[in-house]
Design a protein around this ligand. Sequence first.
Ligand code: UD1
Length: 419
Amino acid sequence: MGKIITFGGNRLYGSVRIGGAKNSVLPILAACMLSENDITLKNCPNIADVTNMLEILDSLGCHTEHEGDTIKVNAAKATGYAMQGNLSRRLRSSIFMLGPVLGRFGRASFLHPGGCEIGLRPIDMHLKGLEQLNVKIKEQSGRIECYTNGLIGAEVHLDYPSVGATENIMMAAVKATGKSTIHNAAREPEIEDLQNFLNANGFRVEGAGSGVIKIEGGRVDKQDNVEFSIMPDRIAAGTYMCAAAMTGGDVTLLNVNVSHIIPIISKLRETGCEISIIENDTVRIISAKRPDEIILTETAPHPGFPTDLQAPLFALCCIAEGTSVIVENVFENRFKHAAELSKMGAYSMIKGRTAIIRGVPTLFGTDVCATDLRGGAALVLAGLAAKGKTTISGTDHIDRGYELFVDNLRYLGADIMRL
Ligand code: UD1
């Protein structure tokens, strides 16, 4: 397993281009299974999760090509409906294949993705929603077998606006007979990207971005070739902004969608950072002093503060003046970075879903271990702000979701390398 080494203290300066969103490209790759035309996806991030998703598509008989930030998929010859156990376990997002595979073949078989580093992550809402579209589901020794004699449109109400469940139901419903409505749907920008992609493929979906999504199933305007560009990664953008805030930096982010990053802009302004919106896709952050505390941050479904930026913001709070409080409302076990940060001299107390963080003037470099993707990024940020050398192991977690992370930070002036 690789390591990342940082020598903290350098101020980040310059500009960084944000790549395509991990959480958008993964469901969109799965949705490629729904069509038989040539699909070209642009602005795809080069990350391990994408490589794994392509492996899953290949294993189901799709033709895929990946060069630079462009991925081509043709699913015309796909025949597979059973996902290999090792592949579905390696990538939690393999769950996104469920809706499209059912839509295409009327059956799907896969291993329960199980819990992960940040929580139990059940899939009950995915399955309940699909059952309402006339899918029969059987679970045998961890393998889930799904079968339908024809998807039928339905009114689906989600108990909670789950991102993955909303996406899976959308992808199955486009192939159903008749209309479907998803009530209490997730409103994340990635859902809108998926809607736009489905519509580019001739399906009929509307309402994404609101809590009610309407799908007119079974009606497809056939397309020959589809070209689609993946939206910018709002979580990567927020992570670089936290890095700038923690290092007294002056960083310009290129290729962002400003409306997607308002929650993090607002929190970083509370810390005293100066943030200017230069264009709709360009933002500059200047941090001229030690950040002020952030009194209270509560993670919530979009448009609330994203749980995926909780760990980077946590790292920032560790060096802020005063005491900050973070409440993690989305995942039940998402504070593992706290124990690692405390090895660097951070001071925090966790009580259930609440973290109380008393900022210290300096963190000290030491050996720490990333246990999940965003927590790993938080450790790198802490390393950039700390005195001395920090060695971060478990970097395969970070590589799952951040494209060119080390290179970009080095380009901005960080003393950082891979081992
Ligand atoms: C997606 C994102 C992830 C992000 C999360 C919340 C992708 C690839 N991943 O994950 O980065 O952190 O949204 O913004 O897009 N839940 C259930 N039952 C279900 C489904 C979810 O109880 O059937 C619970 C989960 O355990 C969690 C909460 O609902 O506590 C939110 O999960 P969900 O919105 O589904 O997240 P994901 O789609 O897994």
